[in-house]
Design a binder for this molecule. Structure first.
Ligand code: ZN
Length: 256
């Protein structure tokens, strides 16, 4: 049994400022949320606790997955077609579990994502279609994260293209003007949150949602072996020194 997430409890800069600040403004700009991830499961790792909170408090949360996940297996008997299909279903199920509204797939080749006009257009198109106030994605600005892992090239391509899509490309109507003819108006995103950042400035307390986050992640059965080991590993990963569970983001509000 997994608890229904409680309404959003946001602690901004709690660890940095030494106090908890309730960022009610950020809830207003999180009414519509678009999570843009390179692979199936990245968005769940990055922000499933926060998105579950937001969805439970009435926000519309959509996911956009930029690649087909076709490289994500160590199983030599797994076929590529079957893996792509399984991973799409796993992401759909994970989104259901965290209360997301919908998930979209761009189907670019896993491991080969490059930042080009085509990827930028795909992301701008979805921003103009879904019109999110908040976009949540990978922090692309560093290759080494917390001196402990390498920021996957697909993650960097996704994060960079997403930031460029948010500003200025989706905002200005002369970028991809064919969108206007297709009924897609320019759109201004108000807030961006980046996960796996070396410079987090915004903590979300997900203590009440950590079980739900693990439940969502466990939908990705092709990715995780023994579920108990995975649950233990995950729980430790988000645990802070004071015993709370946190998702940490680099956050920026866009005023123009
Ligand atoms: Zn990934």
């Amino acid at each position: 049994m997994f608890r229904t997430p409680s309404p959003a409890k946001i602690h901004s800069d709690a660890s940095l400022a030494g106090k908890t600040r309730h960022a009610t403004d950020s809830i207003a700009v999180a009414d519509t949320v678009l999570v843009i991830a390179a692979h199936p499961d990245d968005g769940d790792f990055g922000c499933a606790g926060y998105t579950a909170q937001l969805a439970a408090s009435g926000s519309a949360v959509d996911f956009l997955v930029c690649t087909n996940g076709a490289k994500g297996t160590e199983d030599r008997a797994m076929t590529r077609e079957r893996l792509i299909s399984l991973r799409r279903e796993e992401q759909r199920e994970a989104c259901r579990r965290m209360g997301a509204r919908d998930v979209y797939f761009l189907e670019n080749e896993d491991g080969e994502l490059v930042y080009d006009r085509r990827l930028l257009e795909q992301i701008v198109r979805h921003i103009r279609l879904l019109r999110p106030a908040t976009v949540i994605t990978h922090d692309p600005t560093d290759i080494i994260i917390r001196d402990s892992f390498i920021n996957h090239p697909d993650h960097r391509a996704t994060g960079t293209a997403t930031l460029d899509a948010v500003y200025p490309t989706a905002r200005d109507h002369l970028n991809f003007p064919e969108h206007l003819e297709q009924g897609l108006e320019p759109h201004k995103v108000r807030q961006v949150l980046l996960w796996s950042s070396n410079h987090p400035n915004f903590d979300v307390d997900i203590t009440a949602e950590v079980d739900l986050k693990i439940f969502a992640l466990s939908a990705h059965a092709t990715q995780f072996g023994k579920q108990e080991d995975f649950a233990t590993f995950s729980r430790e990963r988000w645990k802070s020194e004071d015993g709370r569970y946190l998702e940490r983001f680099r956050r920026l509000e866009l005023s123009f």
